[in-house]
Design a protein around this ligand. Structure first.
Ligand code: ATP
Ligand code: MG
Length: 309
């Protein structure tokens, strides 16, 4: 049996040889070319058109969180292995000279930098909770937002990147509103993916918690049925599937951390449905082949690819 890793390398090679992906000199960083980006734009549009509720605010943010907000998301506590932050240079000309000398000598010049107190965004939804921090929501709110996310999980798998794009719909409101949003996501998420010819299975999922309590947290998340993933068996039936999207119910986790309440004075609950845009796009190439003009007509039409021909 071909190992999963060999299959990952083969898919990566196919994407590179077809000219859709360009490898950058660091594991987990890749560039993507025109045709790939056309397909990805089609996927992003489908996510946009997939309206879990009527009243959605589309909003875009920078791919950075300020340190106090980042701390509140809880990401550092649960997933320290994935995080990254920004350093900047604030010195004078003398300090600059010393830094350049170190760089030219092949020494570690980053010791001349200081933390900017900015953290790289791990999930687009983290930008939405601070909008309502310390406030009472008279009615539930739903945002659609997309961003470039950073997760330090370097891999040979072209579906697991260090920097990738995710588009999400996030609901903050009463438990009923947050649960309803998630349930709509569970229905329309797989519908979206199957409509572009992908074979999808919904599976219960847990996040990769860090450290000794990881197993307990993961089991708690699974038992409570908080997260489901839309998996595609990109590397064959005999290997584990890959999550192309997920639908998460956070309970009052973010309501508590950001002090958000609802009209009845209770803590706000939240949920989100998100798709990895490169992941869905790579799954399309793995399923339909490297030659986009020969993809099934309905799939091309759904992705709006014929309009560009
Ligand atoms: P996985 O179990 O594969 O690590 P995840 O549970 O960490 O995925 P989520 O946090 O639910 O993923 O993020 C939503 C979506 O973002 C995923 O379903 C996937 O499509 C995409 N995604 C997550 N991590 C990556 C990554 N490292 N590279 C590319 N896409 C990713
Ligand atoms: Mg992950």
């Amino acid at each position: 049996m071909t190992s999963r890793h060999d299959r990952e390398l083969a898919l990566r090679r196919d994407l590179v040889e077809a000219g859709h992906m360009v490898e950058l000199p660091l594991r987990g960083l890749s560039a993507f070319t025109g045709t790939f980006e056309d397909v990805l734009a089609g996927v992003e549009r489908l996510v946009h058109e997939m309206q879990p509720t009527e009243d959605v605010t589309v909003i875009s943010f920078p791919p950075l969180l300020t340190q106090p907000v980042f701390e509140k998301t809880g990401y550092l506590d649960s997933f320290p292995q994935l995080i990254g932050s920004v350093d900047v240079f604030t010195g004078d000309t003398k300090a600059h000279k010393a830094m350049v000398v170190d760089k030219n000598a092949g020494e570690d010049w980053t010791t001349h930098l200081v933390p900017a107190r900015l953290d790289l965004l791990s999930a687009p939804c983290h930008q939405t909770y601070p909008l309502h921090a310390g406030s009472r929501l008279e009615r539930g709110v739903t945002y659609e937002t997309g961003n470039r996310c950073f997760r330090h999980e370097p891999s040979d798998d072209p579906m697991r990147l260090v920097s990738f794009r995710m588009r999400e719909k996030v609901c903050i409101g009463t438990p009923e509103q947050a649960q309803a949003h998630r349930e709509i996501g569970r229905r329309v998420g797989p519908e979206l993916l199957t409509s572009i010819g992908l074979q999808i299975e919904e599976v219960p999922a847990n996040d990769p918690f860090f450290g000794r309590a990881a197993k307990i947290f993961a089991a708690g998340q699974l038992d409570a049925g908080l997260k489901v993933e839309f998996e595609c068996k990109v590397y064959g039936e005999e290997h584990s599937g890959t999550a192309l999207g997920s639908s998460n119910y956070h309970n009052d986790h973010f309501g508590l951390d950001f002090d958000i309440t609802t009209a009845d004075g209770q803590l706000a609950h939240s949920s989100c449905i998100g798709f990895g845009l490169e992941r869905v796009t790579v799954a399309l190439f793995a399923t339909h082949g490297m030659d986009v003009p020969s993809w099934p007509t309905e799939v091309r039409a759904r992705l709006g690819l014929d309009a560009q021909a």
